[in-house]
Design a protein around this ligand. Sequence first.
Ligand code: IPE
Ligand code: IPE
Ligand code: MG
Length: 248
Amino acid sequence: MSWVSRLNNLRRFRSRSEDFLFTAEPPRYVAVIMDGNGRWAAGKRLPAIAGHREGAQALKRSIRACRRAGVKELTVYAFSTENWQRPRAEVEALMDMFTELINKEVPELHEQQVRVRFIGRRAQLSKQIRSRINWAEELTGGNREMRLFIAFNYGGRAEIADAAAAAAGAGFTGDEKEFGKFMYAPEMHDPELLIRTSGEQRISNFLLWQCAYSELYFSDKLWPDFDATDLEAAFEVFNRRSRRFGAR
Ligand code: IPE
Ligand code: IPE
Ligand code: MG
């Protein structure tokens, strides 16, 4: 059996948790490091790209769940500036998958009134992906239900370096709030909650500027297995945290 049909068989048995009812009050601004696709695939003797494909399903579920729960901004880490170091076949398969996903899923996101915006260095991306990104941002630009930021060829250090370069040319005077305006998406709020799946407990160059005071939540679930109930568990933990921002 090909890995594609094995993956489809697996999917048939997954709980969708589509109708899950949220009882926890959600944070407004949530960011996610979607990690563990490779290990999910390896555990099932599937190629890494099968894990990424299942990860895309998990992303669809999480977007819907966040929207239903009332999250206003969701920022997801899809591809880092360091991920180019992976085997060429994996990178190429990922790029093809992203192009396909944008084409297929953005119209549905548009129907759900989700505004899609990409953050990251675009110049390194193929012309084809760049054109799909522009198309997605233009199509969904007026939507108000939820904002989805997709970090793609994104690095926190690259973002700060790019912001510094832009600021240097714009007479920047050293004010923190003003510096934030040079970030890739200046309209994005600092995440209140940052979730990372797969048991790894690190930032991996994600939103270094914006996560200064984010609450961190680590889940042992691999990203393709992460569902609405896991999201709710993260919200519950977040609601019990005491956020002080350095004050008493
Ligand atoms: C995250 O899953 C997705 C990307 C980095 C594109 P990984 O592919 O990093 O999964 P693991 O960490 O190898 O399990
Ligand atoms: C971070 O995960 C990047 C994405 C989830 C897109 P990685 O798997 O690349 O991070 P490390 O290598 O474990 O730090
Ligand atoms: Mg990883």
